[in-house]
Design a protein around this ligand. Structure first.
Ligand code: PRT
Ligand code: ZN
Length: 287
């Protein structure tokens, strides 16, 4: 393996793989990927991508086998290694939830006292129950946790839920959530000088893409007399670009709007008199 390359671990094959590769590729880290490949060396940056099982990534980052990793926050919490969450990545969103069979007399966290809960997230569940003062038996199961109540080996389950359809099709309903999760970029608290400098370059490129994904570029026409009112409606818009239009009394305004409040802001702008609102995706933002 080449020396002095930054090493980032991503999941080899699973729910995180495609979005992790997409983020790296959009950030300008071109690499060759094909089935069975374990390491890929980037042609555009001193970076090696290691393809691993997601369970191993927190420990490998902690121990310096790799310098950064993309993994679910659920895995970071479960493994409880000495790693730092550098950035939330906005994909693979889910929550670790506790569910019981429909019709069960367990209807709250408190009612789990003395009951059996099946999970593959035993450490996270153990910490949660301790924090909430609930004493319950944790039944550790690897995979297909939802079936445990039907087999009468547990009264409840604690598993990751995204759409909720797996729980529903197994006749289970959520009664409590342990935490929310999404894919995150992790690293170590401290790195040597060489790795630190590579890491800064790597993160600057990734942040530029992540920031762009969270925002849209907006262009609109506004009556000059309403300019102040209209720009005040654009959150975080300190100095929009304002250009006069041929039509007297009208100006064109350009700014960025965050994706999560987008429709609310556009609705308000329209009501305030903005016209011909154009919205464009942004490729990268470097702050
Ligand atoms: O082989 P390797 O160990 O690398 O992969 P894996 O099989 O352990 O992991 P994988 O690929 O299944 O999941 C990787 C990561 O995706 C998880 O650690 C989470 O961070 C994230 N993620 C997001 C999910 C889900 N959503 C999810 N819904 N991981 C698993 N599920 C499962 C859940 O366990 C349940 O069986 O999907 C089912 C529920 O889905 P819904 O949509 O029916 O609610
Ligand atoms: Zn795994």
């Amino acid at each position: 393996m080449a020396q002095n390359n930054l090493k980032i671990a991503i999941q080899k094959s699973g729910r995180l793989t495609e979005d992790s590769l997409d983020l790296l590729q959009k950030s300008g880290f071109d690499c060759e990927v094909y089935d069975g490949k374990l390491v890929s060396v980037c042609s555009t940056f001193p970076l090696e991508i290691l393809f691993l099982r997601d369970d191993d990534i927190p420990e490998y980052v902690q121990d310096g086998v790799c310098d950064a990793g993309i993994v679910g926050l659920n895995m970071v919490r479960e493994k409880n290694k000495n790693v730092k969450v550098l950035e939330k990545l906005g994909f693979a969103k889910c929550r670790l939830a506790i569910a019981v069979p429909n019709g069960s007399d367990i209807d709250s966290l408190a009612a789990l006292q003395g009951k059996r809960i099946a999970t593959s997230y035993s450490e996270s569940l153990k910490r949660y129950l301790l924090e909430k003062g609930i004493q319950a038996e944790i039944v550790i199961i690897r995979g297909s946790v939802e079936i445990a109540p039907r087999l009468n080996i547990a009264d409840a389950v604690c598993d990751l839920v995204s759409t909720g359809s797996t729980l529903k099709s197994n006749g289970l309903a959520v009664i409590d959530a342990v935490f929310e999760s999404e894919a995150v970029m992790i690293g170590r608290e401290k790195n040597n000088e060489d790795i630190s400098s590579l890491m800064n370059g790597f993160l600057m490129r990734a942040w530029a893409v992540l920031e762009a994904r969270r925002t849209k570029y907006i262009m609109l026409n506004a009556p000059q007399g309403k300019l102040q009112e209209i720009t005040a409606l654009i959150p975080g818009c300190k100095s929009p670009t304002v250009t006069p239009l041929c039509e007297e009394g009208w100006v064109s305004v350009q700014s960025v709007v965050s994706e999560d409040r987008f429709w609310e802001v556009v609705g308000n702008l329209k009501s305030a008199g903005a016209r011909d609102i154009l919205v464009l995706p942004i490729e990268k933002i470097v702050r």
